[in-house]
Design a protein around this ligand. Structure first.
Ligand code: HEC
Length: 208
């Protein structure tokens, strides 16, 4: 709802007179009060299994249109969509090519969806936590390193404990990008140079 209050445009908004601010607050209060009066409980709607004269079968509950299948029936057996192998256990590696582009895309998604709680570096100290949200675990621990990639996929898809599901917000392909970035974050804090090939190590040591 828009409240029709027009402030003079010649002055910057930060310098409004207190009387104008008081008026604005009053109008806003009235608006919120009015909105609160429309009670959603009292709207016309069907109770579960209530009869209806709208349809020939007399029922308000409708059958699904032909071709509708439960989502887990679509994802089952496809590691890309379920994060699980044919035997139902979580996959242990990311089932798409891990490229710099994938990680960069994962960084964008992570910063949008995960950093508010997990923090930009995955230390579990995001802005929501600083405002009282229960702290998630630090990603830089052996327990999280040990989680199979498919398990993280499942955590994003279905949520975990107090963390809610991101299945409807992050598409499966983007979930793998986020996981690639989480793995990169882990390495960014705790990489072991011994894991590099001699060639790669030489390049690293030559870096300024
Ligand atoms: C609203 C806050 C919040 C957001 C946003 C969030 N998480 Fe979490 N996450 C949590 C909390 C809290 C836990 C711990 C849950 C528990 O132990 O009950 C957790 C746990 C986890 C775990 C550990 C699971 C385990 O098995 O120990 C992983 C991995 C994880 N989150 C990944 C992510 C990723 C990836 C994203 C972004 C797509 C994300 N989280 C977004 C709050 C959040």
């Amino acid at each position: 709802m828009r409240i029709p209050i027009h402030f003079p445009t010649t002055r910057p908004p930060t310098r409004r007179r207190p009387t104008e601010l008081l008026l604005a607050a009053l109008f806003l209060g009235l608006g919120i009060f009015a909105a609160g009066c429309s009670d959603m409980i009292d709207q016309s709607r069907y109770d579960p299994y209530a009869p209806s004269s709208l349809w020939a079968d007399g029922r308000s509950a409708r059958v699904f249109p032909t071709g509708v299948v439960p989502v887990d029936q679509v994802t089952a057996g496809n590691p890309l969509l379920s994060g699980k192998g044919p035997d139902g256990s979580p996959v242990t590696s990311i089932p798409v090519p891990v490229t710099v582009d994938l990680m960069k895309h994962g960084e964008v998604e992570f910063n949008i969806y995960c950093s508010p709680c997990h923090g930009y570096a995955g230390q579990g100290n995001g802005i929501a936590v600083q405002h009282g949200m229960p702290a998630p675990p630090n990603f830089h621990t052996q327990a999280i390193y040990n989680l199979p990639d498919g398990t993280i996929f499942d955590v994003i898809t279905n949520g975990y404990g107090r963390m809610f599901s991101y299945g409807y917000r992050i598409q499966p392909a983007d979930r793998w990008a986020v996981i690639a970035y989480v793995r990169a974050l882990e390495l960014s804090q705790d990489a072991n140079p011994q894991q590099l090939t001699p060639d790669e190590r030489q390049k690293l040591e030559a870096m300024p």
